[in-house]
Design a protein around this ligand. Structure first.
Ligand code: ADP
Ligand code: GLC
Length: 512
């Protein structure tokens, strides 16, 4: 649902607008990750799925991402389409190659630059952030625009995502401002997570070539340093984020992480579009990664998945004991410190099992990784990243826990709904927009929401879910059916983006 921030009113397309959005556009997505090539989180899911659906709507959509070391050019059959391509950075020309491949029927470009991307880790080396990230993504952003020119692909829209490509709208309005090739190119900047803003020391500013006039508080300057996201918000024709509730939350503090006043200046141009789920990959009726398929009508396959899950995670194979699944990055945002503070009590007081898949902060890796030895047969944990295990957990668990401090959208709870795995979530951002609260009197709802950020709230809500499991089985069934009927379609989201693209083009048309 698109929602304009003014009093949270929904934007209903007018008949004229609907006719105008039928126009087929040339759209370039520029992002730092996209499935199936590289993914560290939901950003990768979105940038792989949304272009595919826009393509189905008839647009000429292309995507550009860096050619990281992890992207195997031979496995994906990538062909060179530009070599060399020169990108002006810091008064010098940096040379790179542009490769081309395909994903789900649309064209994907890869910027190949050994020095910047030929290393392990997208943003860090596992411990430390790459120290030259500003150069890497500054260069990539500029290259994204430059390749359109050199390939003679004249986009109507460039859709940039998060701090890594926040400079794209800025380059269009500064470096390429007087270039007739981009006269009609408008930009949309999507914020997937405002906590990661791309902040760097001021001494790299010269390398970006954005002009001293833009190194000021309203644009890129931030407490004496550089803030890329701030510049994206300033220059983009339209700014969006990934759920209506998060769009509201970032307009004030602490949700805005210091940027709310800058977003407030763009209030009229800020929209929240709820992410969809890619049901080509996340649907228990056809998921090739799970041991047995199942549907709303026949849940017997889910029982098999639960059994395999318990076996794989060395849990007691007890069909009668509820399993709570966790799949997450371990980062402060995700709120697992509150789970750590109450999980011993939960395991003492409740007959329940946990299955945990996660990676990230070292202390949490150690804490959760150490639980199976303390609770053999009751807690299973795998520290690392595994898409296959993520699918198995979604399919085989009874509940799915996401106690996020904040959550711009969140995809796992959307996936778990489809797998009849009831989400237990904190009522924030996209979690609030996608999960309906259980009502004990009627059995309505699709999951459990809590508000307080405390271990007590986690403990109490997990207890509520577990007691429903044992005492009101018929409610669990009703909720599962309702959950599996929820459909967060990318097609709906894509149609809302079409409207935003139209608005962006209107904004662009008044620029000189
Ligand atoms: P975020 O992008 O903030 O991490 P989302 O819920 O939007 O949160 O998306 C997370 C995505 O990353 C989901 O597709 C989820 O399955 C996946 N994911 C997260 N952690 C892991 C992990 N350890 N192993 C496999 N997949 C993971
Ligand atoms: C970010 C957010 C997550 C969202 C994802 C995709 O990683 O943390 O909530 O679902 O982006 O938009």
């Amino acid at each position: 649902m698109i929602r304009n921030k003014k009093a949270g009113t929904k934007v209903k397309p007018q008949a004229k607008e609907i006719a105008e959005v039928k126009e087929k556009l040339k759209i370039l997505f520029t992002a730092s990750e996209a499935v199936p090539f590289v993914k560290t989180g939901g950003l990768g899911d979105v940038c792989g799925a949304l272009p595919k659906v826009l393509k189905k709507l008839g647009h000429d959509v292309r995507l550009v991402i860096p050619r990281y070391w992890a992207v195997d050019r031979y496995a994906y059959n990538l062909k060179t389409v530009l070599a060399p391509m020169g990108v002006e950075m810091g008064g010098k020309t940096l040379w790179c190659e542009v490769l081309q491949g395909k994903a789900d029927g649309f064209t994907v470009y890869f910027v190949e630059h050994e020095h910047y991307f030929g290393r392990a880790g997208l943003y860090d080396d596992g411990n430390w952030e790459h120290p030259d990230n500003i150069e890497r993504f500054g260069f990539f952003s500029k290259a994204s625009v430059q390749l359109c020119r050199d390939l003679k692909f004249q986009p109507d829209i460039i859709h940039a995502h998060d701090w890594q490509t926040a400079l794209v709208p800025a380059y269009l309005k500064t470096w390429y401002r007087n270039d007739p090739f981009f006269k009609n190119t408008a930009s949309v900047f999507s914020i997937h997570n405002i906590a990661y803003q791309g902040t760097f020391k001021a001494d790299s500013y010269g390398f970006l070539g954005l002009g001293a006039e833009n190194f000021r508080d309203a644009v890129f300057e931030n407490f004496g340093g550089i803030n890329l996201m701030k510049g994206g918000i300033f220059f983009a024709d339209i700014v969006s984020t990934v759920s209506p509730t998060y769009a509201q939350e970032i307009l004030s503090e602490p949700g805005g992480n210091g940027l709310s006043v800058f977003l407030e200046r763009r209030r009229e141009d800020l929209f929240g579009v709820l992410n969809g789920a890619d049901y080509d990959h996340w649907d228990p009726e056809k998921d090739p990664l799970i041991p047995a398929k199942f549907s709303q009508k026949d849940l017997s396959g889910k029982k098999v998945c639960k059994q395999v899950l318990q076996k794989e995670f060395l849990l007691d194979e007890r069909p009668d004991v509820p399993v709570i699944g966790i799949v997450s990055r371990f980062a402060e945002q995700k709120g697992f410190q509150y789970v750590a503070d109450c999980i011993h009590r939960i395991l003492r007081d409740m007959k329940v099992q946990f299955v945990i898949l996660g990676a990230g902060e070292k202390t949490q890796e150690d804490f959760f990784g150490g639980l199976p030895a303390q609770y053999p047969g009751r807690v299973g944990a795998w520290i690392g990243y595994s898409n296959k295990k993520a699918h198995l957990i979604e399919a085989g668990s009874d509940f799915f826990l996401m106690p996020s401090l904040y959550e711009p959208c969140g995809l796992n709870q959307i996936y778990s709904l489809k797998y009849g795995t009831l989400p237990i979530v904190r009522a924030t951002g996209g979690l609030r927009d996608t999960v309906m609260q259980y009502d004990e009197n009627t059995g309505s709802g699709t999951g459990y929401l809590f508000y307080d950020l405390t271990p007590e709230a986690v403990y109490g809500t997990v207890g509520w879910a577990v007691s429903t499991y044992y005492d009101r089985k018929h409610h669990i069934k009703m909720m599962q059916t309702r959950a599996m009927q929820q459909h967060f379609s990318w097609m709906d989201a894509a149609k809302q983006y079409e409207l935003l693209y139209r608005k962006a083009r209107l904004r662009r048309s008044v620029w000189h």
